[in-house]
Design a protein around this ligand. Structure first.
Ligand code: SAH
Length: 347
């Protein structure tokens, strides 16, 4: 149900302090509420037991705490859990818990749908409905963390922005969410355990570098040849590989952090020796490593994973050129939870 009252989590700590002062109360009440919201992930004012009943009622009269809810949970045979997450306005996004021996990773969404039309991606088939708010991004982490503790007996270790949407087209909210996730006055997770994945928007990559962010950057490359990349990702017509490279060099210069290229090898698109050579030469221009991802079918005959031998060839040639290359196993594809398979039926 949508309420007219303001979502209290849209307020900064300063604004919360000001709210109490203007209601003839002490500013530090703002700190207490902030802690309930962002450290303890409170979902109701009633939970805020160190506030008087009167104060809680006052908050109740002025604000709501919008929060997400797990609408549906599906478990894969490999332990991956896909969650359909319902937002306060009943839209749905998907978030995934991916367990490995040592880690649990949350794959979270930044937008409802996506506007980028990467031709091989299931999320692209949905139109972009809206950006997620910072609290909706934060809440996904809280939900997946609960599942990590419940099913794996330890807290969540890693976060990847590889769910639905393009995080750099929702920059402000993604940054605010990461701040709440990493801040000691928040969930206190290390930025080093967060990876933001983007189609590669040069202007925004430079902005991130200027903003001195500390998390990891992954770029969905998929081809180092403009004509091929444009066929796969229409965004490449707006900002081509040269523009992208310039932004990535700027990123490295400022952050000294290697870039991870995500690269799906498709049958008939980028499975020739010249594709491998182009990738090698691109990687040599900026400190980087490559994650080779096997293509997860989305029921579209045009796109199919290349043969294993070609992927092996990619690895060999990249490694021979001193470029780190890893083949990423697909996870949770039996429940459509793998990369690029996230697409709720939202209509
Ligand atoms: N918009 C961001 C975040 C999505 S991350 C980005 O594009 O990087 C999802 C990753 O999975 C991207 O690298 C994307 O290109 C890749 N992907 C999309 N569809 C896929 C599919 N069907 N199989 C494998 N990977 C896919």
């Amino acid at each position: 149900m949508i309420s007219d009252k303001k979502d209290i989590r849209a307020l900064t700590k300063e604004q919360l302090r000001d709210f109490f002062v203007s209601n003839n109360d002490k500013a530090f009440r703002g700190n207490q509420v902030y802690e309930w919201l962002w450290v303890k992930s409170a979902r109701s004012f009633e939970q805020m037991t160190n506030l008087s009943k009167q104060t809680r009622e006052m908050l109740e009269n002025n604000f709501v705490i919008n929060h997400v809810a797990v609408d549906k949970m599906q478990k894969s045979i490999d332990g991956t859990i896909k969650n359909a997450i319902k937002l306060h306005d009943d839209l749905l996004v998907e978030s995934v818990l991916i367990p490995t021996k040592k880690r649990t990773t949350a794959c979270i969404s930044s937008q409802v749908g996506c506007s980028l039309d990467c031709n091989f991606c299931a999320t692209a088939k949905l139109k972009r409905m809206r950006n997620l708010n910072a609290d909706e991004i934060y809440d996904q982490v809280v939900e997946i963390d609960k599942q990590s503790r419940l099913y794996h007996n330890h807290k969540l270790t890693n976060i990847v922005f590889m769910g639905m949407g393009e995080p750099l087209l929702n920059y402000k909210n993604v940054m605010t969410a990461i701040d709440k996730i990493t801040n000691d006055e928040g969930l206190g997770m290390s930025s080093k355990r967060i990876t933001l994945s983007t189609v590669g928007i040069p202007k925004m990559i430079k902005k991130m570098a200027d903003d001195d962010v500390k998390f990891n950057l992954a770029v969905s490359l998929h081809s180092a040849i403009n004509e091929v990349r444009s066929k796969l990702m229409p965004i490449n017509d707006k900002s081509n590989l040269e523009d992208l490279l310039e932004a990535l060099q700027y990123w490295y210069q400022k952050t000294k952090q290697k870039i991870t290229f995500e690269y799906v090898v498709f049958k008939g698109f980028n499975d020739k020796k010249k594709d491998i050579d182009a990738l090698v030469s691109y990687c040599k221009k900026v400190p980087s490593k490559v994650n080779l991802i096997t293509y997860n079918n989305i029921g579209d005959a045009e796109y199919q994973s290349a043969d294993g031998e070609i992927i092996e060839q990619y690895v060999q040639i990249l490694e021979a050129n001193n470029i780190i290359a890893k083949v990423r196993k697909s996870r949770g594809d039996d429940i459509d939870a793998a990369c690029g398979q996230l697409a709720n039926k939202m209509e």
